[in-house]
Design a protein around this ligand. Structure first.
Ligand code: GLN
Length: 254
């Protein structure tokens, strides 16, 4: 099989499964399996697709056709211009969450911060890399998500500056004295009843614990906004991502 045929095989199947950009996604699957840049793939359709990788390609196509998120299959997701490892058990980082990291640059001047619901660790990692002297406590209630955060922090040599903590209630978070300089979070904020209506990639595959914000979607905001003042230093900052139910993307308590 040539690369041209591999592209056609994959894109035909993905189109049939209702994937929006079948050629593009077919290319990304092929590139991740054979370890090739997309420009090279497009420039050399006459090259052979390695025979021994055909079963892997077919399995990847079927996973995607079943609407598993592309990033779970390739194992990577770009966030703030860096590659993060992701897979079943953690939320795929969203582009809009980059806004939260960008906001943190305006308010965080270094020190210790908390990332509540760290998932893949994309927020904690990005802020630690932005602020070389900073340290972080990164918490998640899902132990599988924490394994992804651990991988990402390790790969970027940040384990020495981040305490990963498996913890489901705010009251059990280790709060150092005198408190955090900043708390950041992209909490689950989808109203429970809307979860079945989400796209299959999200509804079937992403962890419900990373999505479900309770009956009105506000459960986690209520708890964190109530708890944050006791965990922040005076003048500390709380930055939260919010869904479309909020007019403001960030809620700041100073
Ligand atoms: N902090 C992670 C992210 O923004 C996970 C968020 C979550 O699980 N709700 O991708």
């Amino acid at each position: 099989m040539y690369l041209r045929e591999a592209r056609k095989l994959a894109s035909d199947r993905l189109r049939e499964a209702g994937i929006d950009r079948p050629w593009f996604e077919a290319d990304l699957l092929i590139c991740s399996i054979i370890g090739m840049e997309r420009t090279l793939l497009l420039a050399h359709p006459e090259r052979p697709f390695p025979e021994h990788l055909i079963p892997e390609l077919k399995a990847a196509i079927e996973r995607r056709a079943a609407r598993e998120p592309l990033q779970y299959i390739t194992g990577v997701c770009e966030f703030m211009g860096r590659a993060f490892r992701v897979g079943p058990g953690c939320l795929v980082p969203r582009p809009e969450t980059e806004l939260l990291v960008a906001e943190s640059r305006k308010y965080f001047k270094g020190g210790l911060f908390l990332d509540w619901g760290t998932g893949s660790g994309c927020i904690a990692t990005s802020i630690l890399l932005d602020n070389p002297g900073s340290r972080c406590v990164a918490v998640d209630k899902n132990p599988v998500a924490l394994t992804w955060a651990w991988r990402n922090l390790r790969e970027k040599d940040l384990l020495g500056r981040c305490l990963l903590c498996h913890c489901s209630s705010l009251e059990r978070i280790p709060v150092p004295s005198p408190g955090f300089e900043m708390i950041v979070s992209n909490p689950p904020y989808i109203p429970s009843a809307q979860i079945p209506e989400l796209m299959p990639e999200v509804e079937r595959y992403e962890p419900r614990s990373a999505l479900d914000g309770g009956e009105d979607g506000f459960d986690h905001y209520r708890s964190i906004v109530g708890w944050a003042p006791s965990a922040l230093v005076p003048g500390g900052v709380l930055i939260l991502e919010a869904g479309s139910c909020f007019e403001e993307v960030s809620v700041l308590i100073q």
